[in-house]
Design a protein. Sequence first.
Length: 232
Amino acid sequence: MNHDEFIKALKAMNIDIQDKMLEQLEKYYELLVEWNQKMNLTAITDKKDVYLKHFYDSLTLCKVINLKEEESLCDIGTGAGFPGIVLKICFPHLKLTLVDSLNKRLVFLAEVLKTLKLDNVEIVHARAEEYAKKNRDKFDVVTARAVAPLNILLEYCIPLLKKGKYFIALKGNEDITLYQKAMEKVFVKIEKVEVFNLPIENSIRTIIKIKKEKSTPDKYPRKYSEIKKSPL
């Protein structure tokens, strides 16, 4: 995906990408490639592929929610900053929290924030379930991209949400009908599912918008060993 294709694709999602944002994304790409030589951040380094499979793919979250109307967003298992940093660049008003369990990734993210001059961003070194225990009912939007199956993500992410707010799961080709019982346990419902093919390469993407209807029971999230042994 070249620059023109990228801009056109964003306009189709009603994202007004400004010159400053494009400059920040370009610098982000340069840092990603540079740091990837020192640590394993991504297997995708070709510029057109990064713009398609990381930058555009991250922004497809906007197919199901208007981020201009939300204030705080938490990206669980952010890795190299996808989708969190891309969303922050394009929606700079967001108060962003990036959570990851691998500290060396957070060193990279700190450098990205410094170089791109992104403010109002918190970087957290923690396991998702441990962070969720101490930060309940805090965010307007929680998201996760390619982190774990949906039933595990529900236990990680739903406790973090304010009542009436949204968890957005960015998935590949996943059968969400398998997880109805899991959703009932944490009092959420699916509000929207967007299934589409990623442009150019045509791989399947599924974006799931889940609304928190009631407070999450205090027993969730459980310890990692319990979650792994017996997922919701």
